[in-house]
Structure formats: C-alpha cells, structure tokens
Ligand binder design. Structure first.
Ligand code: IPM
Ligand code: MN
Length: 362
C-alpha cells in the first residue's frame, strides 16, 4: 500500500536521527514491491519559532492531520521559551497528542544483544516490557491552563476521566494479550502504577484498572505505587510485561526505564490514537551533541519500525508488518555484531554509519 508520512525533523539532533530513520524505511521498501511510504518534511519547533515567530505553522499542522502517520525527531531547546515559561515542545508534541487524541503513549523497553545494562548481570532477553503512558490527561491536562496568582501561588490540576483511564488500561490489556509475557516467568501481566495510597485520583485509576482487568481473567493483575515502582524497575525488571500509568508518572518512568536498556538512544515510542499516530524517539533534542553526527539513531529507527507495524495492523497490510519486522531484525543483528555503534552505547561510529550498517543488513 501507499502511505503519506508527515515528517517533523524538529530541532537539535532531531533532523540527524530522522534522516537515518527515513533512510532505513526507504531501504526496506526497495525490497518489498507494493509498499511505499512517501515522506514529506515540515518545519516546526524551536528553530522554526526563532525564525518565524510561529512554533507550528498551519501547513505543517494540516499535513499532520491529513497524513497516514507522523514521524517526528525531537522539538525544543531549554532557552527558547513561550511567554508562560514553558518550552516549544508543548506547542508541537503535546499539541499533537491532545488535538489528535493520541491517548496511548506506547514505550517499549527492550534490552538488545550486545548492549550493556546499568543493571548488573542483565543481558538481552532479561528486560522486555512496554510502558503504556496515558497521553491526553492526568497532570498534563492542565497544560496552558494552570494558575499563577500574584507571583505567589501556582497550581496545575490533575484530571482523570473514566473514559480516558478506561481506554488506556484496556489498551494495556489488549497489548498484553498479544505479547509473550514477562521474561522472568512467561506470565502475561499488566502492572498498574499509581499513588492510590494518597490521592483520590489515583485510587480512581486503580478502581478502573480492576474493572477492566475483570474482562481479562488470563492476564495477571499487578500493582505498584510509583515510589516502589522505581525501585522494582531497577531490582526486578524481568518481572514486567506491560505497565500502565498516568501521564506524568509515565513520562518519568520511561526515562528511568530507558537507562536500564542502554539509554535514551535506545528508547522508541508511539503516540497512538484511534485515527492518528506520531512515532518518535523518547529522547529530546540533545543540544549539546547536535550537529556532531554522534547521536544514536536507533530509537528513531525503531520508532519507524513501530510506525510500520501500526500502519500494517490498521490497514491489514502484511507488507508493512513484514517491513516492521525486518527493521527490528536488522537493528538486532547490527547491535549483536557490536561493530557499528555510537558513543553513548560504547562505540565510535557516526550517526549515519549506524543507519548505513542497518541498511546493509536489510
Ligand atoms: C516525552 C517528552 C515530552 C513530555 C516533552 C518533550 C513535552 O519528555 O515525550 O516524554 O513531557 O511528554
Ligand atoms: Mn519525557
């Protein structure tokens, strides 16, 4: 099938890593006649804001809405701020999540062969879980709407709705159904992460988790308060299969989780709704290494594989699914061989050399 992909390379290392992601998809589709993704790049982000005064131009936004999927690098710089003191990323990344109702933040955490984990003794296969981050409400619901009173008091309100909570938890159980269970015991498991011991909103989250879990008797229930969770993610990562949590908690634990599988350069993501989806690495623009050609493109390349998988399931397109799998296999092989890798994971290769090595494998 043919797909139109709207690309926002963004700022910092965004364009460098997105180039490799596109290179890899274009390579895989050369071997799969009938599969065609057409990439069109649009300007948006902090550089765009600096040049034009507009963070997310209308034509880029419109193209995102009309595209079959959106492929994004990274957006924002710490010193380019909106009037309320927040970064430009909100005007692009969060705007897309909210406007297009991309409620499922899907963040796979997988330790690949040849990657050193900061966790002692863990090798490939030991860590393989997915964080499901609620993406449209929670503490982020207040974005742009918090209050600052007389320079003395600031508030942002957390919002959890039944609809928003139910659909992300259901997504988590449906995903667990398709996976092969936790590495430690092969059990399919959905872990509910909250702070139900203190806040009403999180107790509500947990109550809805229990309601939804009732529909999935073959999947293990599992609970963790957020504070204990960050301990267990380090101590028993092999226990986890699918983790579901509120927006802000999901944001925080996804970076912790990435640290256990080689760092942010190894963490892909999809922001998925019923009609639209954005695929992007979980990392940011990394301004300190931008332009040096040393950014790790693996997270972006794996996000490209997730994009193909999503397109494939959505359109019942076996070729897109095949392409997704081929990319993941090629990434796995290149990492296992260990010859071509960027400095963050212990090598000395350039960003584009990693892309080239994966293309060669394909
Ligand atoms: C993420 C990022 C974003 C977030 C930023 C860039 C707005 O940290 O995708 O995890 O806070 O959600
Ligand atoms: Mn984050």
């Amino acid at each position: 099938m043919n797909y139109q992909i709207a690309v926002i390379p963004g700022d910092g290392i965004g364009p460098e890593v997105i180039n490799e992601g596109i290179k890899v998809i274009e390579a895989v589709q050369r071997h799969i006649p009938g599969l065609s993704l057409k990439f069109t790049r649009y300007k948006a982000g902090a550089d765009c804001y600096r040049e034009t005064g507009i963070p997310f131009p209308k034509e880029a936004y419109k193209a995102c809405i009309e595209a079959d999927a959106i492929y994004l690098g990274a957006v924002g710089y710490p010193d380019v701020l909106m009037l309320d003191g927040t970064e430009i990323a909100g005007e692009v990344v969060l705007k897309l999540r909210f406007d297009l109702d991309l409620y499922a933040g899907v963040r796979p955490i997988k330790l690949y062969p040849g990657i050193d984990s900061v966790l002692k003794g863990r090798t490939a296969g030991d860590i393989d879980y997915v964080i499901l981050r609620e993406n449209t409400e929670g503490l982020y619901a207040s974005r742009g709407g918090g209050n600052l009173l007389r320079g003395e008091v600031a508030t942002d309100t957390m919002v959890l709705t039944r609809k928003g909570t139910e659909r992300i938890i259901r997504y988590a159980f449906e995903l667990a159904k398709k996976r092969k269970g936790a590495p430690r015991d092969g059990r399919k498991r959905v872990t509910c992460v909250d702070k139900a011991n203190v806040l009403k909103s999180y107790a509500f989250f947990r109550k809805i988790y229990d309601e939804v879990a009732g529909d999935y008797p073959d999947i293990d229930r599992d609970y963790a308060y957020i504070d204990a969770m960050v301990l267990w993610m380090n101590q028993i990562p092999e226990h986890y299969d699918v983790i579901v949590t509120e927006n802000m908690f999901g944001d925080i634990i996804s970076d912790l989780a990435a640290s256990t599988v080689g760092g942010m350069g190894m963490a892909p993501s999809g922001d998925i709704g019923d009609q639209h989806a954005v695929f992007q690495p979980s990392h940011g623009t990394a301004p300190t290494i931008a332009g040096k050609g040393i950014a790790n493109p693996i997270a972006t390349i794996l996000s490209g594989s997730m994009m193909l998988e999503w397109l494939g399931s959505r359109h019942r397109d076996a070729q897109a699914l095949e392409a997704a799998q081929k990319i993941e296999e090629a990434v796995t092989r290149v990492l296992a061989e260990g010859k071509v890798r960027t400095p963050d994971i212990g090598g000395s290769a350039k960003t584009w050399e990693v892309g080239d090595a994966i293309v060669e494998r394909l």
